[in-house]
Design a binder for this molecule. Structure first.
Ligand code: C5P
Length: 209
């Protein structure tokens, strides 16, 4: 695969945890040939568990901006922006027995950068050409998070509820929601995002022609 010489058009996608970013991104990516688009997720920049800040009950708080190696993340966005290939180990969340894949990211016409802090980290935010916020009500996000954390990330209900109340919700209020007013597009996803997705795809296709 050959890297492109053009500077990519960089889209940042944020939203509270379980707002539906992953599904939106899967559907967005499916609309473009892989030679045209690259997706870089903030999730692959979590610091190791032993380096995470613990709360007063000794529970790691993965919802603080410091949970992410933002310097490495911003550096890799810069690399892709200037046409370089990025190699990164996959983050395996709560599954310490899983052998992480080695991921390769290629510079493409469109670069999508996603995660709960992409608008919060100034070194990442300043590189974004378009800022999209996926929005959903708290009760809907919580319902989705309970299901996902149980099925995909191996957390039980008590664990999910604790972290929702003490880590996820406060972080949403402090570091994520404030960016809603200054982003370019808000896509509501309480029920579905199909129309919003269609508009974005149409716009991006017009740019990549
Ligand atoms: O996909 P999403 O944007 O929801 O991912 C961010 C969430 O991942 C954070 O709210 C954080 O609580 C969670 N997380 C986790 N376990 C980890 C690392 C992050 O549940 N080991």
């Amino acid at each position: 695969m050959t890297p492109t010489n053009e500077r990519p058009y960089i889209i940042g996608i944020t939203g509270g945890s379980a707002s539906g970013k992953t599904l939106f991104l899967q559907k967005l990516m499916a609309q473009f040939p892989s030679e045209e688009i690259c997706l870089l997720s903030q999730d692959n920049y979590y610091r190791p568990k032993q380096d995470q800040t613990k709360d007063e009950n000794g529970i790691e708080n993965f919802d603080l901006p410091g949970a992410i190696d933002d310097e490495a993340f911003a550096k890799d966005v810069e690399k892709l922006r200037s046409g370089e290939i990025v190699t990164r180990e996959e983050y395996t969340f709560n599954n310490s027995t899983k052998i992480p894949n080695i991921l390769h990211f290629y510079p493409r016409k469109i670069l999508v950068v996603e995660g709960i802090f992409v608008f919060h980290f100034p070194e990442v935010a300043k590189l974004l050409d378009l800022k999209i916020f996926i929005d959903a009500q708290n009760k809907i996000k919580l319902k989705r998070r309970i299901k996902r954390d149980n099925e995909e990330r191996g957390y039980d209900l008590q664990d999910v509820m604790y972290r929702w109340k003490y880590h996820v919700k406060p972080t949403y209020e402090e570091f994520i929601r404030p960016h809603k007013k200054s982003c370019d597009i808000v896509i509501p996803n309480n029920i579905h995002f199909e129309k919003g997705l269609e508009v974005i795809v149409h716009y991006l296709k017009s740019r990549t022609k």
